[in-house]
Design a protein around this ligand. Structure first.
Ligand code: 5MM
Length: 343
């Protein structure tokens, strides 16, 4: 492992004003997303959609890296250029999702464990040869009656640490993603409590596995109210609770924290990130690695039609630009266009 190289990739991903596009939807997830625009999930439709995203002019001003899926990292742009080259030519770092999904945790109803460690050491060098310089593994923690259990959190933290150690051995920066879901009627206080416990155990395991934190990034949820909670916290409360939680448990050796959007609207995700960065300087860069919050308006504009590609690219550029502004704490909702495409 060359720690200097890992550190430099990690820093380049969280450079000022930029963040990551999560475009690593697995086959079942992209099918779900395409259903919202009545589009069948064929290989060509998936390719055309990713082509649209990756060839959006000027987007590299705000996008530092893109997380790809196994199928996507092997695909090419319409002119035959591999997607990895399309990204590299713009100075965008290609990354790869290496987990194999969250599956039911035997003996623990309602809880999940992420699989994919078997054979991972063998798969990583191929991804590196294909151009991936960073990777992502997502663990899913649900809040509900009697859950999460300590066992579920510990099992997921252990898997995240095993994954991170293997990535570093292969010269790939691991993005560690423990997601506490927004689903449910829980309060923001409960989300803070669970997120604190999850991140504490994740960092204990990363340290126990001798992972060099300087060559990693964290991709957590923000501390928010459950979607079904009658009392919804506003942007300043979310920003304060999230920064407080992270300050308590994420070591300053971690170069950056790249939030997931987790079901927030595009506007909320941008506003929350902007509010955190407007609070002043933090020990780590606070950035984004959004999937839905960057892509929902793009899908709505595209609708699977070639004629809509320019409008869809504009929608992507706009979300990327506004999140770029949020990286500097300079986002204001007044920067949103009055378009009803973006809520
Ligand atoms: C892009 O969605 C990712 C893939 O999920 P699946 O493995 O379920 O297909 C997901 O991990 C994503 O990277 C994060 O959840 C962030 O996306 P959001 O939409 O939460 O910002």
């Amino acid at each position: 492992m060359n720690l200097g190289e890992l550190e430099s990739v990690a820093h380049s991903l969280v450079v000022a004003g930029k963040g990551i596009l999560a475009a690593d939807e697995s086959a079942p997830t992209i099918e779900k997303r395409f259903k919202t625009i009545d589009l069948p999930s064929t290989e060509e439709n998936r390719r055309a959609y990713r082509d649209l995203l990756f060839t959006t002019p000027g987007v590299s001003e705000f996008i530092s890296g893109v997380i790809l899926y196994d199928e996507t990292i092997r695909q090419r742009s319409a002119d035959g250029t591999p997607f990895t080259k399309v990204l590299e030519r713009q100075g965008i770092v290609p990354g790869i999702k290496v987990d194999e999904g969250a599956k039911p945790l035997t003996g623990f109803p309602g809880e999940k464990i992420t699989e994919g460690l078997d054979g991972l050491r063998g798969r990583l060098p191929e991804y590196r040869a294909l151009g991936a310089r960073f990777a992502k593994w997502r663990a899913v923690i649900d809040i509900g009656a009697g859950i999460p259990t300590r066992y579920c959190i510990r099992a997921n933290a252990h898997a995240l640490a095993r994954y991170a150690a293997l990535c570093q051995e292969a010269g790939i920066v691991p993005i560690v993603e423990p997601e506490v879901l927004m689903d449910g009627g829980h309060t923001i206080e409960r989300c803070e409590e669970v997120t604190t416990e999850v991140l504490s155990l994740v960092y204990a395991e990363l340290t126990a596995h001798r992972v060099a934190l300087e060559g990693t990034l964290l991709k957590p949820n923000m501390v928010v109210s459950g979607k079904g909670c009658p009392a919804q916290a506003g942007a300043s409360q979310v920003a304060e609770a999230t920064v407080r939680t992270l300050s308590r448990v994420v070591p300053p050796a971690v170069p950056g924290i790249v939030f997931l959007s987790g079901g927030q609207t595009p506007r909320q995700a941008t506003e929350h990130l902007g509010a955190m960065n407007a609070m002043g300087k933090h020990p780590w860069e606070l950035s984004f690695s959004y999937g839905r919050a960057l892509q929902d308006p793009v899908l709505k504009a595209w609708k699977g039609k070639a004629a809509n590609v320019p409008e869809a690219k504009e929608a992507f550029f706009l979300r990327a630009k506004l999140n770029g502004a949020a990286r500097h704490g300079k986002y204001s909702p007044s920067m949103e266009p009055a378009s009803n495409l973006i809520r």
